[in-house]
Design a binder for this molecule. Sequence first.
Ligand code: ADP
Length: 450
Amino acid sequence: MFSKILIANRGEIACRIIKTAKKMGISTVAVYSDADKDALHVHMADEAIYLGASPSRESYLVIDKVIAAAKLTGAQAIHPGYGFLSENADFCKACAQENITFIGPPVGAIEAMGSKSAAKSIMEKANVPLVPGYHGDDQSHDVIKAAADSMGYPVLLKATAGGGGKGMRQVWSEAEFSQGLEAAKREAKSSFGDDTMLVEKYLTQPRHVEIQVFCDNHNNAVYLFERDCSVQRRHQKVIEEAPAFKMPDELRAKMGEAAIKSAQAIGYQGAGTVEFLLDVDGSFYFMEMNTRLQVEHPVTELITGQDLVEWQLRVAANETLPKTQQQLSIHGHAFEARIYAEDADNDFLPATGKLALLQTPVESEHVRIDTGVRQGDEVSVYYDPMIAKLIVWDENREKALQRLTKALSEYRINGVTTNIDFLYNLASCQPFVQEDIDTGFIEKHNDLIF
Ligand code: ADP
C-alpha cells in the first residue's frame, strides 16, 4: 500500500478521500489555490502545496503544477477525485511518465470513453444494448438527418465531446431538424471546441439507472448494484438513490452483467460507472461510462457497507478486489441530496457569500454529510457551488425518505441562498414518495415543487 498520496482536488471530495487515507494510515498531501488557502481540505491533510491563482485554469487544472507538487512531497500516487483532471488522458500520461500511480483506470480506458460516439462504437461491438441512433464519422447534414428521419421524432442531438448535461438538444419534428442541428453544432463548438454530433432516439419517459463497477488488475470484476439518478434538472442530477425502486432482481443482474461487459470491453481497472437509460418497458440502453468516482458514490457505500475510496486505493496498489460478487449484497436504502448555493426561485443562479450560519443535522448511522466547508467559509465564484451532500440510510425506502426530509428540515444556513427548500419540496411530494419518477420529473411537477 502507498505511504503517501496527493489529492488533486478540493472541496468535499478532497475531504472525503483524506478521511479514508487517514483510516488506512496513508499520509495525505492537499493542493490549493488562493481562494482555498484556508479551506477544510487543506487543514485535514498532512501537507499542503500551493498551486496558483483561484481560477481552476491557473491552479487545479494545471497538470505540471500538480505533478510538481507530488514530486516535491514524494507522493507515490495521485487521487484525482471527480471533475478537474479526473478524466484527463494527458494527466494520466504525465503521472505515468513520472512513475506516479494515477488512482483511476488505464489511460486507454479514459480515451475510449472520452468521446460519446467512440464509446458507443466500442459498446456496439461488445453487444451492449444502445439507444437506436447514429454515431458515425460522416458528419454531413444529410446523413445525420436521414438517420433522424428513419428512426422517427423526437430525437436527441448530442455533442460527442459533451458532458455535465451540456451540448444536448431535442428535435421534435423533421421541420425543426436543420435549424436544431445548426444550433447544436454552434453550441458544441463554443463549449467543447468540437462540433461532432451524434443523434439518438429521444426517449420521453426514461429513468437514469447507473451501475457501479469495479475491476482489479487480476481479471476480477464486480458490480456494486445500481443508483437511480432520474431526478434531474437540465440533465444534471439532483437527488440520487440506491437501490433503484421498482427494480426486479432479474433486471438488476442483467444490467450489472451488461455493465461489467462494458468495462471489460475497454480493459477497465478501478472504479467506474456505466450509465443506462431504462425505458418504461424494461429495456435498457448504454449511455456512457464515467471513468472515475462519481459524486453520488456514497449511496452505494451505505447500501453495501463498502468504502469505495478504499477499494480504489487497494486496486491502484495492485491488490485484488476486497469482495467477490457473491459476497456483495444490498442492505437497506439510501438517498443523496446535493445541497447547492443557488437560487431555486431565480433560475437556479449560483449564489456566493459567506456561510455566516451553518447548522447541520446530527450525523449518525442514518445521516452522513460529505462537505468541504465550515461555518464562516466563503462560497466563491470560482468553483462548483456545492455546499454539501446529505446522505441518509434506513432499512427501506419509506423510512430512508423520512430521514431525508427530516434532515433537510434541520439544516440552517444563513448568508448564502441555498436549494434546501427546493430539495425538501421535491423529496416530500407525493409522486416522489410513490416512485412515480422519470427524468422529466421536475418539469412535470413544477407546481408541487416550487
Ligand atoms: P452528460 O455526459 O452530459 O451527462 P449523458 O449522455 O450522460 O450526458 O445524458 C445525461 C442525461 O440526459 C441522462 O441522464 C438523461 O436524463 C438524458 N438523456 C440522454 N440521452 C437521452 C435519450 N436518448 N433520450 C432521453 N433522454 C436522454
